[in-house]
Write a new protein. Structure first.
Length: 290
């Protein structure tokens, strides 16, 4: 399942869903949480049910962000959306792997009720939205069978710790959020699941998004949350290997294949070793259809 670009769509807006479905995102996340007012939660569940049952061909995976456990709405959300066609649940405000295990038990029962294959619905955990979560990021290792990816968020964490802002004047994350971002990345790598970077809020700033995505990919993230369809193409480009990346990776893999006993090889005047080979293989594995 490819997760370069994951676009949030309010679960109570048929207009926005229709606009989103052809934007090129790898995944659409129908949101029942923050994008939906409390008075419209029931309506949003019914509309997301309708979208799931539509059955029209599409080339994106269907995800739903449910409300957090502490709202008392999670089970109602899950009962409404666990159905054939659902690829995964985006799980907010998780305090750690114990919450994921609890969610997994809920999904086990609902999949059985819907006569769906056991374990087919995967989970993307928003892993840094509570102070407790920051101390439990290591708990996701070893990974739960349903865990597909980890992402992080700043707004709820900021509210929880009483921060007045999360960005410096130049737009850089302040230190608490640099820590949250880094720890999410490390936790995903330790669990061997996909690390997904958080959203870029200014959807009109295409150049800023592109630069932010390049830094994100440089650091090790493999995909990004989008909040507007116009962000998707930029995210897809930045998180896809370029022709130059692919050619370089092929050269490294071929060189080591030709010298299987070598630990270090000279290529074009520079030395490459086993970590370079591992990264080259990751690049080639990320090519669509590989």
């Amino acid at each position: 399942m490819r997760l370069r670009s994951l676009l949030f769509v309010p679960g109570d807006s048929e207009r926005k869903f229709d606009k989103a479905r052809n934007c090129g995102a790898d995944a659409l996340i129908l949101d029942l949480e923050d994008a939906v007012a409390p008075s419209r939660k029931v309506e949003a569940r019914a509309l997301v049910q309708h979208f799931l049952r539509d059955g029209s061909p599409h080339d994106w995976s269907f995800w739903v962000r449910v409300n957090a456990f502490d709202t008392g709405m999670t089970l109602d959300d899950l009962a409404a959306v666990v159905a054939p066609g659902l690829a995964g649940i985006v799980f907010p405000k998780s305090n750690g792997a114990a919450d994921l295990v609890r969610l997994g038990h809920c999904l086990d029962a609902l999949e059985a009720k819907a006569e769906m294959p056991a374990g087919g619905i995967k989970v993307l955990v928003v892993s840094t939205e509570t102070p407790q979560a920051m101390f439990n990021l290591g708990s996701y290792t070893p990974a739960h069978p349903r865990l597909a990816a980890l992402t992080w968020g700043a707004e709820d964490l900021g509210a929880a710790i009483g921060a007045t802002a999360n960005k410096e004047a130049d737009g850089a994350w302040t230190m608490p959020y640099q820590v949250a971002r880094s720890m999410c990345l490390f936790a995903a790598a330790a669990s061997d699941v996909t690390p997904i970077d958080t959203l870029y809020a200014d959807f009109r700033d295409a150049d800023g998004l592109a630069e932010s995505c390049r830094r994100s990919r440089r650091d090790g993230f493999l995909g990004r949350i989008a909040i507007h369809p116009d962000q998707v193409a930029t995210i897809n480009t930045c998180f896809s290997p370029s022709e130059e990346d692919i050619a370089e990776a092929q050269k490294i893999v071929a060189a080591f294949a030709a010298q299987p006993d070598a630990g270090t090889i000279g290529i074009d005047g520079r030395m490459v070793d086993i970590p370079h080979l591992k990264q080259a293989r990751r690049v080639l594995a990320s090519i669509p259809g590989s």
